[in-house]
Design a protein around this ligand. Structure first.
Ligand code: FES
Ligand code: MG
Length: 571
């Protein structure tokens, strides 16, 4: 085998001495430098990313497998992104994580990589970086938390927070109960256990063929997660021997499989942005409209919150993703190659569906209920809406806009008893896109104004250039492109304008004559720089180079890859 690690550890003379000697300081014996595959375990562990807090323990299981198969495991940390903690939004730093992963893999004696991820952005960020290096790579996600519990009921990560906030506003829940629910929701290691972005991206890596079959749904604290992590450690050594790189696994057909699977899951809208970005790193042609084209006929099979009723623990016991892929096979490219060295179809042969959390193909919860891509004069480059999480009666709607130019302005108004809203109002939020916020935060699922909540209105049409949490729900139009802060038509909407949403026809329109739009466009001034220190550092680089949501919000100069060629000597 012609391994790249050999150019470090296989060297004679001064440089070989340097490369081996300092590694031996950790207590490794001579024979780990005998030319065996070196496996980088790229860890997004952090106590500030609670969803990934157990990943160091998981890394030990991966290492066990690597040793077992004759490899040499080396664990290293990369930037971690805690969705619930990091401001202004973890999404601002996804591409920075990807750069960390990319350079760490390329600059070190690594022949294959295991990516330990979990919380929302850590999976796509790590995978984007690894894709630009294109070594044999396996993803091991940390798994979901156990189901949340409150007063004898299951409560879902995120989803319950949105629901309870509304209940408190409507007077259906007390502040004391609200506080008590806090401890019951997140009661074990793991990432959100709804079909939010973390669970979705875990399933996406499995559907792409980049994670061992059956991995995505195993709860973080289930011993079987540690078992499969050990198997992943064993398998990555074989993948190095077979030179089974990301680009051989994640092909156009695999992306089609992933997109279709997401529709069957009722998965997160964030997957749209992340899959576009990952595909562009690999060089797989993928466009926003493909997400609509590939999913119109896909049945929604998985009854998980926020679209449905159950949680990830139930999903695992019901058969997990292999059972879904097995049902979906007639709609998938079953011959797509995966990290097992076998095809998707071979991997899921015999996978069983247990109970009714996962529906059979012939009895879906709906058809084409996935993420629809909208166009029109309000979103010339597209916008998305998750149909399975929206209200049926609002999918075709015409209403007057109530416009806010920042989330702070909205939050200041949301409790106002005199707010000029009714059930037909269309709430519009501007300047929450990639450039505008910056970082495109998850604020698109605007809380229902208290005045409406008290009247029992639990959903209105909401439109923005923001994202929303994968755990959120409602008739929420997101990712409007181009965003307001770069002068997209969303910036031109004013309170009182008529807005038309027709999800069946895939239309998002502002009912204004073109000359009025042109007049407003001529008057438009870019908003003042928001609070973030945008004039230097990462935020500046991001602001200068970030692509719009329809292109995955990557930085323009990070699209594509640079491969795994070994760099020049350091001494
Ligand atoms: Fe980390 Fe939801 S907050 S996965
Ligand atoms: Mg999130």
């Amino acid at each position: 085998m012609n391994l790249r690690s050999h150019q470090w550890f296989g060297e004679s003379g001064r440089n070989g001495f340097i490369h081996r000697s300092w590694m031996k300081a950790q207590g490794f014996s001579d024979d780990v430098f005998d030319g065996r595959p070196v496996i980088g375990i790229c860890n997004t562990w952090s106590e500030l990313t609670p969803c990934n807090a157990h990943l160091r323990r998981l890394a030990e299981s991966v290492k066990r497998g690597v040793w077992q198969a004759g490899g040499f495991p080396v664990e290293f940390p990369v930037m971690s992104l805690g969705e619930t903690i990091l401001r202004p939004t973890a999404m601002l730093f996804r591409n920075l994580l990807s750069m960390d992963v990319e350079e760490s893999l390329r600059g070190n004696p690594v022949d294959g990589a295991v990516l330990l991820t979990g919380c929302d952005k850590t999976t796509p960020g790590s995978l984007m970086g690894a894709a630009s290096v294109d070594l044999p790579t396996l993803v091991v996600t940390g798994g979901p938390m156990l189901n949340g519990k409150f007063r004898g009921c299951d409560i879902g990560s995120g989803t319950a927070v949105w629901q309870f906030t509304q209940d408190v506003n409507a007077g259906r829940m007390s502040e004391t109960e609200f506080a008590a629910a806090e401890s019951g929701m997140s009661r074990s290691n793991g990432h959100c256990m709804t079909m939010g972005t973390a669970s979705t991206m875990a399933c996406m890596t499995e559907a792409l063929g980049l994670q061992l079959p059956g991995s995505a749904a195993i709860p973080a604290v289930d011993s079987r997660r540690y078992g499969i992590a050990q198997r992943a450690g064993q398998r990555i050594v074989g993948m190095v021997e077979e030179d089974l790189r990301i680009s051989r696994v994640a092909t156009g057909e695999s992306f089609t499989n992933a997109i279709r699977t997401n529709a069957a899951l009722g998965g997160s809208t964030n997957a749209v942005i992340h899959l576009l970005a990952i595909a562009a790193r690999i060089g797989v042609p993928l466009e926003l409209d493909d997400f609509d084209r590939f999913t119109r006929d896909v049945p929604w099979l998985v009854d998980l919150q926020p679209s449905g009723r159950h949680l990830m623990e139930d999903f695992y016991y019901a058969g997990g993703l292999p059972a879904v892929l097995h049902e979906l096979l007639p709609l998938l490219h079953g011959d797509a190659l995966t990290v097992t060295g076998k095809t998707l179809e071979e991997n899921v042969r015999g996978a069983e569906r247990i109970g009714d959390v996962i529906r059979p193909l012939a009895e879906p919860l709906g058809i084409g209920a996935g993420t629809a891509v909208l166009h029109g004069n309000l979103a010339p480059d597209g916008a998305v809406i998750k149909q399975s999480a929206a209200s049926e009666h609002l999918l075709r709607h015409r209403g007057r806009a109530l416009v806010f130019d920042s989330i702070e302005a909205y939050d200041a108004a949301v409790d106002d008893p005199d707010l000029d809203v009714d059930a037909d109002t269309v709430l519009v939020l501007q300047n929450a896109g990639p450039r505008g916020y910056p970082g495109m935060p998850e604020v698109g699922n605007l809380t229902i104004p208290r005045k409406l909540a008290e009247q029992g209105v639990d959903d209105v049409v909401r439109i923005s250039d923001a994202r929303m949490s994968g755990t959120a729900y409602g008739t929420v139009v997101l990712h409007v492109c181009p965003e307001a802060a770069v002068g997209g038509p969303l910036a031109l909407v004013r309170t009182g304008d008529w807005v038309e949403l027709d999800v069946t026809a895939r239309i998002l329109r502002l009912d204004l004559p073109e000359d009025e739009l042109a007049r407003r466009r001529a008057q438009w001034q870019a908003p003042q720089a928001p609070q973030a220190p945008q004039d230097r550092g990462w935020t500046r680089l991001y602001g200068d180079h970030v692509l719009q949501a329809d292109r995955g919000c990557d930085l323009d100069f990070l699209v594509g890859g640079s491969g795994s060629a070994v760099g020049r000597q350091s001494h």
